[in-house]
Design a protein around this ligand. Structure first.
Ligand SMILES: NC(=O)c1ccc[n+]([C@@H]2O[C@H](COP(=O)([O-])OP(=O)(O)OC[C@H]3O[C@@H](n4cnc5c(N)ncnc54)[C@H](O)[C@@H]3O)[C@@H](O)[C@H]2O)c1
Length: 243
């Protein structure tokens, strides 16, 4: 039980990787606050986890909503050991036709959301002198194979990780970027079959990643097994890119 007794907060936990991370962390002994804008989906995420899985409505783009969520964690659990900034969205926009509204929405969830949650979490972790944060980026940030707002937000996550990892190391907090390649989640559902085929062809291990494979690496990075790892990009992509 790698995460026995830990208190964790996972954003974007209604489906996909976030759901897999919540379930795996709970299996590893953590109590997990599963946060998302979609509360119905969260109920399904925590089904069967008992006290270890707690539903938390939270819009990561809304400072008031984020603060309220972390206040609940403190009042119920007294501390926070792990944050996973997993909430993320995309939007299929060609650069020349990208509306400012789409740009702001993608940056808002993927980057500002991670900032708001990290700030609240790191304040709590600093009081305790310990903690771990895992930020979800994407291989697209390195390869540029994706829309501009998405790639920009995910590259910025790597910068956020590096800056906060340096600044908060003295407070006992480790922060890393988990960089997934194409993974079989609802986010991929709208992708046309021929794109999918081309994508899988570019992956040496010749398949999509499974959300559970992301969850296991997130658990490693959040655990004491990764006690000397901070500020890093950790790629989980079947060999499609070397970071
Ligand atoms: N699926 C992939 O191939 C892939 C590849 C690389 C990186 N990623 C990244 O991994 C993370 C998880 O991806 P996924 O495929 O599981 O996504 P997904 O679309 O399946 O799930 C994302 C979840 O985030 C939630 N969410 C959206 N806006 C939110 C907000 N404002 N506040 C709180 N929650 C919000 C959604 O309701 C949803 O439950 C994302 O950051 C994504 O960009 C995904």
């Amino acid at each position: 039980m790698r995460l026995e007794g830990r208190i964790a907060f996972v954003t974007g936990a209604g489906q996909g990787m976030g759901r897999a991370i919540v379930r795996h962390f709970a299996e590893q002994g953590a109590t997990v606050y599963a946060a998302d804008i979609n509360v119905e989906a969260l109920e399904e995420t925590v089904a069967g986890l008992g006290e270890r899985g707690r539903v938390q409505r939270c819009d990561v783009t809304d400072e008031t909503s984020v603060k309220a969520a972390f206040e609940r964690v403190v009042s119920e659990s007294g501390r926070l050991d792990i944050l996973v900034n997993n909430a993320g969205i995309g939007s299929h926009d060609a650069f020349l036709d990208t509306p400012l509204e789409h740009w702001n929405r993608v940056i808002g969830v993927n980057l500002t959301g991670a900032f708001l949650c990290s700030r609240e979490a790191a304040r709590l972790m600093s009081q305790a002198g310990a903690g771990a944060i895992v930020n979800l980026a994407s291989t697209a940030a390195m390869t540029g194979e994706g829309p501009s707002h998405y790639c920009a937000s995910k590259a910025a996550i790597m910068g956020l990780t590096r800056s906060t990892a340096r600044e908060l190391a003295a407070n006992g907090i480790r922060i890393n970027t988990l960089v997934p390649g194409p993974t079989d989640t609802p986010m991929m559902a709208g992708i046309p079959a021929e794109w999918m085929e081309a994508m899988v062809k570019a992956i040496p291990l010749a398949r999509l990643c499974l959300p559970e494979e992301i969850a296991r690496v997130a658990a490693f990075l959040a655990s004491d097994d990764a006690s000397f790892i901070t500020g890093q990009n950790v790629a989980v992509n079947g060999g499609m890119a070397f970071l």
